[in-house]
Each structure stands twice: as C-alpha cells, then as structure tokens.
Design a binder for this molecule. Structure first.
Ligand code: C5P
Length: 227
C-alpha cells in the first residue's frame, strides 16, 4: 500500500490531534503535532524572558533560534510522542493556558516559521505521515495527497479545551478559554506569514455536532480511496 501524506489544518481545539492520532494508529503512520513545536519555542522564549503578555523581544529570540533543539519521543504508555525541548520533556509545560496566550505571537515570526517548517518537511519526506497545524496543506506539504480542514464553533471548541484543562487539574475559567480561542483564531488567520486558510483542495469537516467515531469513519473512507 502507498504511504501518503495527510495534512490536517484548522482552528485551535477542533479535534485535529484526536483524529490524527487515530489515523496514525490505524495506518501505522507517524503523527506530528506541529502546534507542539510552536508551543515549545514559546516556552523557550518565555523561560528566557523574550516574551511576556505585553512584551516581545523578537530579535533576541531570532538570535537564539539555533540554540533550540526540538525532538518528539514516542511514549509507549501514552500511545503518542511527547515534545522534548533541549532534551527536556516539556509535554505538560507547553499545554498551559499561559503558553496558549503567548504562542500566536511567536508563531507569527517568519524566522521561527522557517525553522519549524524545514524540520517538518524533513520529518515528512518519506510519506506515511499525518501532520496537524495551521499551514500544513498550504505551506508545509502543498502536494499532500489528502488535506482536511476541520472546523467547529468557538463555543464548542472552548468547552473541549476547558474540559481538558480541568481534567488535568488546572484552575481556569471558561470565559478565559473562550477569549483565548477567539484571540488565537484572529491572530492565526490574519498574520502576514502563512495565515490559517483552507487550502483550495482541502476537504472541510465541521465537527460541531459530529462524534469522533462518525468523523473517523468518514476520514478512513477518504484515506482508503488514496492508498
Ligand atoms: O495546534 P495548537 O493549538 O497546539 O497550536 C498552537 C499555536 O501554534 C496556534 O494557535 C498557532 O499560533 C501556532 N501554529 C502555527 N502553525 C502550525 C501549528 C501551530 O502557527 N502549523
């Protein structure tokens, strides 16, 4: 069977990673969560005080990019790969609301995108990959055999993200999460470099009212037609 490239793009918390993980498991593909890479660079910037809520030292971050090494390491128990920043497991640290509030600022920097896109293209050069993000079907793999564009209402997405964080024991308010989801949507889709847009050849899936099983079944049919 042919090992294809599957690109999944969409706004935050549209369930991209849930679907991508299921695909990777069923077809024995590599799954790459590109959001984790932007989040890890953001954590690096935060730790070095290059970014806060009202401050961004873009030049210092750009000058330090060569000191950032990112690596995914598969965790057998979890069933997915965890993010390592300079050899430290940062999987939990990159998922906080604070990082979510800073990441879109960092992701708008062209030099950051250039570095991460090159690494993503390298990881996917042999196919057999499912990658999720904002610019996968448009910039990273414009020739991907299958492109999906996931959408859902901001309220549904905020509720999902809220439930996830509460489950982990984080103390957050639904209003803050909803605000963050809408703010990231706005920044991600209006930035100059690689804004989130639906690739012309992407298949749109609105999952506001669609269960995981239903979506997955639909997507498997699409994959099976290509392999
Ligand atoms: O997917 P996730 O919500 O974890 O992504 C976090 C942020 O990283 C996004 O809001 C966006 O600013 C940025 N991102 C990006 N391009 C990608 C993936 C993520 O700009 N391919």
């Amino acid at each position: 069977k042919k090992k294809i490239t599957i690109a999944i793009d969409g706004f935050s918390s549209t369930g991209k990673s849930t679907i991508a993980k299921l695909i990777a498991k069923k077809y024995n593909y590599i799954y790459v969560d590109t959001g984790a890479m932007y989040r890890a660079v953001t954590l690096f910037a935060k730790n070095n005080r290059f970014v806060t809520h009202d401050f961004l030292d873009k030049d210092s971050l750009i000058a330090s990019l060569s000191n950032i090494s990112l690596r995914f390491q598969f965790n057998e128990n979890l069933g997915f790969a965890e993010m390592f920043l300079n050899n430290k497991n940062v999987e939990n640290e990159i998922r906080t609301l604070e990082i979510s509030q800073l990441v879109s600022k960092i992701a708008a920097i062209s030099e950051v995108r250039k570095k991460l896109v090159a690494e993503q293209q390298e990881m996917g050069k042999n196919g057999g990959i499912v990658m999720d993000g904002r610019d996968i079907g448009t910039v990273v793999f414009p020739d991907a055999e299958l492109k999906l564009y996931m959408t859902a209402s901001p309220e549904k997405r905020a509720k999902r993200r809220y439930d996830e964080l509460i489950e982990k024991g984080d103390i957050v308010s639904y209003e803050d999460i909803l605000f963050n989801v809408q703010e990231r949507d706005r920044i991600d889709s209006t930035r100059d470099d690689s804004p989130l847009v639906k690739a012309t050849d992407a298949i749109e899936i609105d999952n506001s009212d669609l269960g995981i099983e239903e979506q997955f079944e639909k997507i498997c049919e699409l994959i099976n037609q290509k392999i």
